[in-house]
Ligand binder design. Structure first.
Ligand SMILES: [Fe+2]
Ligand SMILES: [Fe+2]
Length: 447
């Protein structure tokens, strides 16, 4: 972390909100250096490692008697902090304890106003040489534009401090190659009118990342295709070979083909094919990572590759709720405090899809084994059975590792800065016994 930059720590579990905070910071301060985390645990870890932050923007985190404020107090960290939360101040347990700190603490209710955000962070930062003069244009990370299809407002490229040229008109559709061409030319920010910013933020917040936006007319672009290209672009930053991507594409490009003659499976897969959300990305990414691991282990014979791809596509097919699909350990299952009904779905979705495939005449023991055990973990913390590494077959182990890696990449927004965190997480939790050599491949993929 540089002392020449304005260091901001953002802690927000919702990545779309966190993105908007980044946008706000990049527009308010020059030379900002932003660190992002998604949980109280990670926030504490970052602050334990360094107190060199000029500003914290965080959800109101609380764990028993400890909350974000008492944690800062216990570390004597006098860092200006803005909590943005749906908790009210009355529900904060330690907010007002010390008036000297209190002066450096502010609170904004969710949903928040962008203008108040900018004013509060400017105020909190005090007289700072990092505060930008307010210009007529606001900068937006160019990669943002890979998500949408229609320009929410007029969009400009900056030629010099005083010269901006309009490249996309409000309401126009734009293509992924247009945005990529900016990125290729190192145009990492595009600009919009200051007055359009509030509207942009609201709309951008509503269009979920990689999610199908029903208001976008179908004729404009093939949304699914575009989502996949965005995903590929993000995944392409990791050490994955073109070959693995091509293999997966050849299977997954027409999901319905995988139904092997069963009408029931065809219908289930057709539903999934129309999705471009987390669940679709999740199965695609798990396939790519699984295939890459197989290749690097020299286990990439056709049968193994097909089994990994099929199980990636099928494994969560009976889950409709993406929050359920993200649960990957006994601990997370407990923490999610699910209804009995949902808990039962989570515990049984692997077995149930395996039974469905068997009924539909797909007869493959390796496939069943992976589907039933895809949430087991080598340290016994998985579910439904809490198996240990030695009870898990090698091909299933590859799936389990690829699956967790896919989940983590998504969780960290495909941000390469977190590669080391992910590698550590995999080593700490997934490298027992015969899993070890698989996790070594993961290290290579993460570099
Ligand atoms: Fe699952
Ligand atoms: Fe899954």
């Amino acid at each position: 972390m540089s002392s020449m930059s304005f260091n901001v720590l953002i802690a927000e579990p919702d990545f779309e909100l966190s993105d908007i905070y980044v946008l706000g910071i990049e527009n308010t301060f020059q030379d900002s250096n932003i660190t992002r985390v998604a949980s109280f645990k990670d926030l504490k870890a970052k602050l334990n490692a360094s107190g060199n932050y000029h500003l914290i923007i965080s959800e109101y985190f609380r764990d028993g008697d400890e909350d974000i404020f008492s944690f800062l107090d216990s570390k004597s960290l006098n860092i200006p902090t803005l909590t943005i939360t749906s908790f009210t101040e009355a529900e904060f347990i330690n907010f007002e304890r010390d008036i000297t700190y209190h002066l450096k603490r502010a609170h904004l209710p969710k949903p928040f106003s962008y203008v108040s955000f900018e004013n509060i962070v400017t105020e909190l930062s005090g007289p700072s040489s990092f505060v930008q003069s307010r210009t007529a244009y606001k900068k937006i990370n160019t990669e943002y534009f890979l998500r949408g299809t229609i320009a929410l407002c007029d969009t400009y490229v900056k030629l010099s401090d005083s010269k901006f040229v309009k490249v996309i008109k409000r309401g126009d559709t734009f293509t992924i190659s247009q945005i990529e061409s900016y990125l290729d030319r190192d145009i990492n920010y595009l600009y919009i009118n200051k007055d359009d910013l509030d509207e942009f933020v609201v709309n951008a917040g509503e269009v979920s990342f990689l999610k199908y936006d029903p208001s976008t007319p179908a004729e404009h672009l093939d949304i699914a295709q575009k989502s996949i290209m965005t995903l590929k672009r993000l995944v392409g930053n990791y050490g994955i070979s073109e070959g693995s991507m091509a293999v997966v594409d050849s299977y997954v490009s027409n999901l319905k083909k995988l139904s092997q003659g069963s009408v029931k499976l065809k219908n289930l897969l057709a539903e999934r094919e129309q999705m471009t959300n987390y669940l679709y990305d999740h199965c695609y990414l798990t396939s790519i990572l699984g295939v890459e691991i197989l290749k690097q282990l020299a286990w990439g014979k056709k049968d193994n590759i097909e089994t990994i791809i099929l199980t990636s596509v099928y494994h969560d097919l009976l889950l409709e709720d993406e929050s359920l699909a993200r649960i990957s350990s006994q601990g997370e299952l407990l923490k999610a405090e699910l209804s009995d009904y949902d808990k039962n779905i989570v515990l049984s979705h692997g077995r149930l899809i395996s039974e469905t495939l068997e009924k539909e005449g797909i007869n493959d023991q390796n496939l069943y084994e992976i589907l039933i055990n895809h949430h087991e973990r080598p340290d016994g913390n998985g579910f439904p059975r809490g198996l240990y590494a030695k009870q898990i077959k090698p091909l299933t182990a590859v799936f389990i590792v690829a699956h967790e890696l896919a989940k983590k990449m998504e969780e960290y927004h495909y941000d390469l800065e977190y590669s080391e965190d992910i590698a550590k997480h995999m080593q700490a939790n997934f490298s027992k016994d015969h899993f070890e050599k698989i996790v070594k491949i993961v290290d290579k993929i993460l570099k």
